[in-house]
Ligand binder design. Structure first.
Ligand code: NI
Length: 174
């Protein structure tokens, strides 16, 4: 069990485009994913991207049953997604609140595609392909943005919606 420290906004590595994973089912990849899972669990994140723990590879994990940081969000199955590709299924976007472990204590309203298909691989090289919408689609877009060096504040359209969680949502954690 290794809890890694999460890099915070301002760290140059968070702005890099992550490298594709070339080899699956390796000890290194398993260790990375285990560290990510341990770190995400302790911090109660909805997702985590490898660059957030300082590893510039195209690996994201996400999913939760109930999440204190997002008490109203629908369940998202726990997923390990490597070398992801996202394809929006319509131009329709919707605004929703997001936070990020790399931007602690803050939330903002971010427009995201409502419906998309994502493809990628699990840690063994097995193909993952899903069509999703709503919060599931939002989480995937947020996590995959990390692999392109994009943090959610860079997507905010109306900065009047960007603020501290304890002010925006008194009584909630995170
Ligand atoms: Ni994030």
């Amino acid at each position: 069990m290794t809890i890694k420290s999460v890099l915070k906004m301002g760290e140059p590595l968070l702005l890099d485009v992550a490298q594709k994973v070339e080899q699956f089912n390796t000890r290194e990849l398993d260790d990375l994913i285990q560290d990510m899972q341990d770190t995400m669990a302790v911090l109660e994140g909805a997702g985590l991207a490898a660059p957030q723990i300082g590893v510039s590879l195209q690996v994201v994990i996400f999913g939760f049953e109930e999440n204190q940081r997002y008490p109203d969000a629908d369940e998202v199955p726990f997923t390990i997604l490597i070398n992801p590709e996202l394809t929006p299924l319509s131009d329709e976007k919707e605004e929703g609140w997001e936070g990020c472990l790399s931007v602690p204590g803050m939330r903002g309203m971010v427009p995201r595609y409502r419906q998309l298909r994502y493809q990628g691989f699990d840690q063994y090289g097995g193909v993952i392909e899903r069509e999703v919408d709503g919060f599931h689609a939002r989480v995937v877009q947020h996590e995959c943005d990390h692999l392109q060096g994009i943090l959610y504040p860079m997507r905010i359209k109306d900065f009047r919606t960007f603020g501290f969680t304890d002010v925006l949502f008194p009584g909630e954690e995170g």
